[in-house]
Design a protein around this ligand. Structure first.
Ligand code: GDP
Ligand code: MN
Length: 386
């Protein structure tokens, strides 16, 4: 679960990770009030959406006077902000963060991530902050250092210093930086984060370090033990179909292609996406109905996929283990009767009660194409959309 920058910064404050003074604003009036409370110019007006690249898209601007705060707040509130992370449709801005402008000497990069390969928490840091870190990683990977923290040992003093030295901080900033990073690590662990990214972390003209930006992603599987964090969820920032799917325990992620997928099991879903891509088609979604899907879930999965205009064909790929193929087939038939399916559907089914399942499908008189195996299914679905 992602949260907004202003929410992340509130949490940072509670962990003594320094951030600029500021406040969230839902209206132009509130923006002006906060600016007045800050008392000094420039003030930064920042669009709050769950996507990065706001600066380049025109969503982060400096105001030198109260008049400018008003103009910028009016301009940014209600705008559809397009960044490289929002997709071409952009995101409607409904709130702002109004902050005290900082005098920047250097923009740095700092992030913490769960690294599955090494089963550790990796700290990534670079002196090339502020800009596209993906570009730094691609062109000058030696400019990013990685320090791996064993979660059982916790972060060690030498690791804090290792990062501080790599950032070539002035000596007076070393101790404050160590405290910042150690507090950030504490925040990461205590809240079951999957990612915390500060881009940029800045060194000010008077050699202070603080988080100028804040991106936080929590592990959704651990949210049940953080009821307070759940309140930070902003449904406006989520895909309506993904919200709908989550009501039925369907593991659904919207993608850009045109083949809808109904698959049981996340591993099989990944493999399915790979194989259709190989066949020359692209997935419109990742839909995992789970190992023990009910026919009602299958029906909902169908309904959600068909509500997506991008979908030009549906591939059903089921391996019946705990989920029996006959139950699944009945779900497909029920769903097909209720929803008016007017696009090609290819079915590949294997496993428990597969013969019974196939009989149910063929007796239902639906317009389905069956496939003998996954390769055949991928070929047929690619032919259907291309
Ligand atoms: P992002 O574009 O969504 O990552 O938004 P950021 O919060 O990272 O802001 C983008 C850029 O705006 C930063 O890299 C800074 O260069 C600039 N910026 C943000 N706040 C300030 C500030 O207080 N003072 C100055 N001079 N620049 C700022
Ligand atoms: Mn940023």
């Amino acid at each position: 679960m992602k949260i907004h920058e202003y929410q992340a910064k509130e949490l940072f404050k509670a962990y003594n990770v320094p951030v600029p003074d500021g406040n969230v604003a839902f209206s132009v009036d509130e923006a002006k009030k906060t600016a007045a409370n800050l008392g000094n110019f420039p003030v930064v007006v920042k669009a709050q959406i769950h996507a990065g690249g706001r600066g380049k898209g025109g969503g982060v601007k400096l105001a030198a006077s109260m008049e400018e705060v008003e103009t910028l707040a009016r301009e940014i509130l209600g705008m559809t902000l397009v960044t490289h992370q929002t997709g071409p449709e952009g995101r409607l801005v409904k709130k702002l963060l109004i902050e005290a402008g900082q005098k920047i000497k250097k923009e740095l990069y700092l992030s913490l991530l769960v690294d599955r390969t090494t089963a550790s928490i990796v700290i990534m840091a670079s002196q090339d902050g502020g800009m596209d870190i993906e570009e730094v990683a691609a062109k000058t990977p030696e400019r990013i250092i990685k320090v791996y923290v064993d979660p059982l040992m916790g972060i060690q003093g030498y690791q804090l210093r290792q990062v501080g030295f790599a950032l070539e901080l002035p000596s007076s900033a070393m101790k404050p930086f160590s405290a910042l990073l150690s507090n950030l690590y504490r925040f990461f662990i205590a809240n079951d984060c999957s990612m915390v990214e500060i881009n940029p972390l800045i060194l000010t003209l008077d050699d202070k370090v603080l988080a100028l930006d804040a991106k936080v992603d929590f592990d959704s599987n651990a949210l049940y033990r953080h009821k307070d964090l759940m309140a930070l969820r902003d449904l406006d920032e989520e895909d309506p179909l993904e919200i709908e799917a989550s009501k039925y325990n369907l593991n659904y992620i919207n993608l850009d292609g045109n083949v809808g997928n109904i698959v049981n099991g996340a591993g099989l879903a990944m493999a399915t996406m790979d194989i259709i891509k190989n066949a020359g088609a692209t997935p419109a979604n990742f839909m995992d109905v789970g190992g023990g899907a009910t026919s009602e879930q299958v029906e909902n999965a169908f309904r959600i996929i068909l509500a997506d205009d991008k979908v030009k064909a549906v591939l059903i790929n089921i391996f019946g283990g705990i989920l029996r193929c006959d139950i699944f087939a009945q779900g497909v038939v029920d769903a097909a009767k209720k929803t008016n399916i007017n696009i090609p559907v290819v079915v590949r089914m294997e496993g428990t009660n597969v013969e019974k399942g196939k009989k149910i499908l063929s007796n239902a008189g639906l317009n389905l194409t069956t496939a003998v195996d996954l390769f055949d299914a991928a070929q047929k679905i690619a032919a259907a959309v291309n």
